[in-house]
Design a protein around this ligand. Structure first.
Ligand code: CFM
Length: 571
């Protein structure tokens, strides 16, 4: 059975049928689990979707680890902290500048992001313990860089052997007189990087937020939470807010200094971009300091305008609202021509998005700006509230994997908790449609019958492409080249394929142009994937030992290539 949608005039298989095609090769137990993670959407009443559960071993997932979520995602972008990975060198090396979180420190400020520091644990350290090596690494880093703070991240073996990184950090703090703190963010700690976000939020809240009570001078002071300045997005958002006369005390964590975070509890509103990675921080800051939070989205021109209006509504000041309206009018006028032109070529085309924990939702708005439709989307590691909305939180079952992560008890700070709005103002804002402390999730904003897939597997993505043939697929580097070999353009939405920024109005124009080029290029029709010509893909090793010349110390002396020929793709 096929359904045709009037907007696209394109015929799609029924989503239930696509789901069945995806599931039918799985063994019964796997099928049962995946069945709950694939849902045909009804925006009026989103069905329950299983999320934040373990990936079945053997399935190719897009997910990352807890260490990546903590060190890489949430804290790594703080540019003047020295970040030390305690673990084998691979974990440190792999987290070194692989995420495009950019920084533009003010003159005189330091930027350590280009460095990769690790304790480089060896077998000996695993056997005898790595605490001494860690303490020495902290001293060495301090002697070299004299930073304001040093942050330590535990990798899997550190947790397995039981190094007490927190005591090492406490002693170093006393010895050096600077802020030193550690994270028990071992890769295995949770089912994905999402656990690392939570651990990072707890640590930043306990160790950095609230250390300096000096507020910024601006009249309208906000923080942006969950914006990591990938490809310069935070630069765009900052510039836009500045035009409106709004002061950003801190962006957690993008283009941000340690000092800014120490003062961020002095702001009057927290605007949450990526709900998944930072909702814990928003909640904790509200409880302790009385800062309300609201969900925003600066991805897409319409969404950006809506978010700006929301901030103005919160402050309830006519001068600010007028200025915001003026900026919106100017910015929309500036992008009108490009948007209309691109829309003529993109209208009715389709996209599928499988990214992280918030972009699969946010970027649907950018596609909507140019008349494109999202036929299927899903997160890698988000939770049910990111799909169905925060109202499901009381019914989310806390399993053993989530219980593994510390929940810190936060109470109102007697001296520093300050109500930012009177109860009457809050009531009036609510009546005016302002949503405090809420996220309605992805599903309510998606089309009816769109297919929502959590933690999509390689096989399911293959099937999806085969059956839906979307005009563009948005995902990550692990999938990118498979998608392109199948003859479809793939836009990487993690690192932006070295492009961007895509946030705010100027970023939206970049995205329109790029998607236009991708979906309207004819080159994809000429792609002949290797498995079409020859279904059997085989490979042979390129490097083999020539002769085992063994040194005195027992190591192999030399290798040579078996031949100079490149590795054959087809057998
Ligand atoms: Fe939030 Fe992110 Fe995302 Fe994320 Fe990420 Fe990222 Fe992402 Mo890659 S914090 S959940 S853990 S918006 S690194 S900047 S792109 S998976 S969708």
């Amino acid at each position: 059975m096929n359904t045709t949608t009037p907007e696209t005039n394109k015929s799609f298989p029924a989503p239930a049928q696509v789901k069945e095609e995806m599931l039918k090769i799985y063994p019964p137990k796997t099928r049962k689990k995946r069945d709950k993670q694939i849902v045909v959407n009804d925006p009026a009443a989103p069905a329950e979707i299983a999320a934040n559960s373990r990936t079945i071993p053997g399935i190719i997932t897009q997910r990352g680890c807890t260490y990546a979520g903590c060190r890489g995602v949430v804290i790594g972008p703080i540019y003047d902290i020295v970040h030390i990975t305690h673990g084998p060198v691979g974990c440190g090396y792999y987290s070194w500048m692989t995420r495009r979180n950019l920084a533009r420190p003010a003159p005189g400020q330091t930027n350590f992001m280009q460095y990769c520091m690790t304790t480089d644990m060896q077998e000996e350290d695993i056997v005898f313990g790595g605490e001494k090596k860690l303490a020495a690494a902290i001293r060495e880093a301090y002697a070299l860089f004299k930073p304001k703070a040093i942050s330590i991240y535990s990798t899997c073996p550190v947790g397995l052997i039981g190094d007490d990184v927190h005591t090492v950090a406490r002693k170093a703090k006393e010895e050096l007189g600077i802020n030193v703190f550690a994270f028990s963010c071992e890769g295995y700690k949770g089912v994905s990087q999402s656990a690392g976000h939570h651990i990072a939020n707890n640590g930043v809240f306990k160790n950095i937020v609230g250390l300096n009570d000096t507020p910024d001078e601006g009249q309208y002071r906000i923080n942006i939470l969950g914006e990591y300045n990938i490809g310069g997005d935070a630069f765009e958002i900052d510039a836009l807010l500045q035009k409106c006369g709004i002061t950003v005390t801190a962006t957690l964590s993008g283009n941000v200094s340690y000092d800014q975070i120490t003062r961020c509890h002095t702001a009057d509103l927290n605007c949450v971009m990526c709900h998944r990675s930072i909702n814990y921080m928003a909640q904790m800051m509200e409880t302790k300091y009385g800062i309300p939070w609201t969900k925003v989205n600066f991805i897409g021109a319409e969404s950006t305008a809506k978010s700006l209006r929301k901030i103005a509504q919160y402050f309830g000041d006519k001068a600010l609202s007028d200025r915001v309206e003026m900026v919106i009018a100017q910015e929309l006028a500036a992008l009108k021509q490009v948007r209309e032109e691109v829309t003529t070529r993109c209208q009715g085309k389709t996209a599928a998005l499988f990214v992280g924990g918030s972009r699969a939702h946010h970027y649907q708005d950018l596609f909507k700006d140019i008349g494109m439709r999202t036929v299927s989307a899903g997160y890698e590691f988000a939770h049910r509230d990111d799909y169905e909305g925060r109202q499901v939180l009381p019914s989310v079952k806390v399993d053993a994997d989530s219980r593994n992560i510390e929940e810190i008890t936060v109470t109102a700070d007697p001296g520093r908790h300050r109500a930012r709005r009177t109860p009457e103002q809050i009531e009036a804002l609510r009546e005016g449609g302002f949503n405090f402390s809420d996220y309605e999730g992805m599903m309510r904003q998606m089309d009816k019958e769109a297919l929502v897939i959590d933690d999509i597997s390689h096989h399911e993505l293959d099937k999806l492409i085969e059956l839906y043939k979307p005009d563009v697929v948005c995902c990550g580097i692990k999938e990118k080249f498979v998608v392109e070999k199948m003859g479809l353009p793939c836009k990487q939405l993690h690192s932006y394929d070295y492009g961007g920024p895509y946030a705010a109005f100027a970023g939206a124009v970049n995205f329109y142009r790029e998607i236009d080029r991708m979906v309207n290029s004819r080159v994809w029709k000429h792609v002949m994937p290797p498995w079409e010509k020859n279904p059997q893909v085989s490979a042979r090793p390129v490097f083999v030992p020539r002769e085992k010349k063994v040194n005195g110390n027992g190591s192999l002396k030399s290798y040579r290539r078996s031949s100079n020929a490149p590795m054959p793709l087809e057998g």
